[in-house]
Design a protein around this ligand. Structure first.
Ligand SMILES: Cc1cc2nc3c(=O)[nH]c(=O)nc-3n(C[C@H](O)[C@H](O)[C@H](O)COP(=O)(O)OP(=O)(O)OC[C@H]3O[C@@H](n4cnc5c(N)ncnc54)[C@H](O)[C@@H]3O)c2cc1C
Length: 418
């Protein structure tokens, strides 16, 4: 019996999850196919919509800056209403675990490197650390946890001109781990309160509070019991406690991934994970199936509508070798300079061509070929696989994935309903 759904979404990151949820909302039967874990495990867990245009940062109101973006930017297709629709759906998924929905203005979140990130949505545990609040701040890191250097981060924040005093302190974590232990190991110990770690941690940090109004830790203050841990520390220390988003593996990113999976299961989206989509079947110019490699056997997944959400260069939705750049699943056109030396700039944070590599959508997010003709009328693209945005420089990555994923999923659902 062939596997058949109304909508098949390929890719289980933020874009694919939002697309699947959006399509399911319209009543369509939806399947999400995903190969490996998404880049959310590395991501900060912050939802940036637009923080900079042309190197000008920070943008206070992303919506007011949209018309400064290039014509080929994916936000130009979905428009302000498409971004708002995506954010509304995201807010439904995360409920009261994220803040920021009360305003269009970006919040200013301190990062683990000591920069300030303009962001649209942020986890509740991050909120007491916002850089706009003039409260003297102590950043605490742990010897052996090399991912976060609180002294350097504090110095960077002061140099950035934050409106408060900020100090950094490296302390001994109450339990000894191997030197290369990752944040998740620390988080597990705190979550399970191994060896009375919460009480001992509070005791160590209390000695350095000394006039500070709040204390920031790298995001590792527990997982299932994160709220209780923060409340406990606030009670013991007598000041607000916040988390600073960290690099990979990112607890906040993983928590967001878990919330998305819960939402997909609630929406009865069928999840097929662990195997790559490797090809497709088409008939009369329409896509009829995506084939998945299941231990050497190619299994077709049939549907009426499809969403390509396989990510960018990091997620492997866009591939490159020394000569060319390609979209490996459907062979969609990915424009790029012929001369490889023009793919990048010498400046690390320069205007790199590679950052905008991706498929070129029409005004309904359908990938087009070099002559601007759509590949398939029933295939839309979302998230990092789309070209035209330099999401790292603009600080718009999650916003682009949420807005285009929601749009593509809704349109797929509408087409099925017709
Ligand atoms: C280190 C890092 C930090 C980040 N920090 C931020 C931040 O501070 N703020 C922010 O807004 N955003 C941030 N992001 C970006 C953001 O979290 C997402 O990565 C981005 O939104 C892209 O999402 P996506 O769903 O398009 O792709 P991905 O998350 O890359 O997901 C693509 C999915 O498709 C699957 N896939 C690929 N090919 C196939 C195939 N052939 N068959 C089946 N499945 C396939 C992959 O396995 C993966 O699950 C960060 C990302 C990284 C890597």
């Amino acid at each position: 019996m062939p596997i058949r759904d109304d909508v098949v979404v390929i890719g289980g990151g933020l874009a694919g999850s939002m697309a699947a949820l959006s399509a399911a909302e319209s009543g369509a039967g939806v399947r999400l196919i995903s190969h490996k874990k998404s880049t959310l495990r590395q991501a900060s867990g912050l939802i940036d919509v637009l923080g900079a245009v042309d190197g000008d940062a920070p943008i206070a109101d992303p919506f007011a800056a949209l018309d400064r973006l290039p014509e080929e930017h994916p936000y130009r297709v979905v428009g302000a209403e498409g971004i708002r629709e995506g954010l509304r759906r995201f807010d439904d998924v995360v409920g009261d675990r994220y803040l920021g929905s009360h305003t269009d203005r970006n919040a200013l979140v301190p990062t683990h490197g000591g920069t300030i990130k303009p962001t649209a949505r942020y986890p509740v545990s991050v909120a007491p650390g916002l850089a706009s609040a003039a409260e003297d701040t102590l950043l605490v890191g742990f010897r052996g946890l090399t991912d976060f250097d609180p002294v350097a981060a504090a110095a960077h924040l002061e140099a950035a001109g934050v409106p408060f005093d900020v100090d950094g302190a490296v302390v001994e974590f109450p339990i000894q781990f191997r030197d290369d232990a990752r944040t998740t190991r620390f988080a597990k110990a705190i979550d399970e309160d191994q060896e009375d770690v919460r009480d001992r941690l509070a005791g160590t940090v209390a000695a350095g509070i000394d006039g500070h109004d709040r204390v920031g830790f790298p995001a590792m203050l527990g997982d299932d019991h994160g709220t209780a841990v923060r409340e406990y520390l606030e009670d013991r220390l007598g000041v607000a406690v916040f988390q600073i988003p960290t690099g990979p593996p990112s607890l906040l990113g993983m928590q967001l991934e878990d919330q998305l999976i819960d939402a997909l299961e609630r929406a009865e989206v069928r999840l097929s994970t662990g195997n790559p989509a490797v090809g497709y079947e088409a008939e009369d110019g329409r896509l009829t199936a995506v084939t998945v490699d299941r231990r050497g056997q190619e299994v077709p997944y049939h549907a009426t509508e499809f969403v390509l959400a396989t990510g960018g260069l990091v997620g492997k939705g866009i591939d490159s070798d020394r000569e060319s750049v390609s979209e490996p699943l459907f062979g969609c056109h990915v424009p790029h300079p012929e001369d490889r030396y023009e793919w990048s700039e010498s400046e690390a944070f320069g205007d790199h061509a590679f950052a905008r590599f991706g498929v070129v959508p029409d005004d309904d997010l359908r990938p087009t070929d070099a002559d601007s003709a759509v590949h398939f009328p029933n295939l839309r693209a979302a998230g990092g696989v789309l070209g035209g945005a330099d999401v790292a420089r603009e600080k718009s990555a999650a916003g682009v994935s949420i807005a285009t994923g929601t749009y593509a999923g809704r349109r797929a659902g509408e087409e099925v309903a017709q």
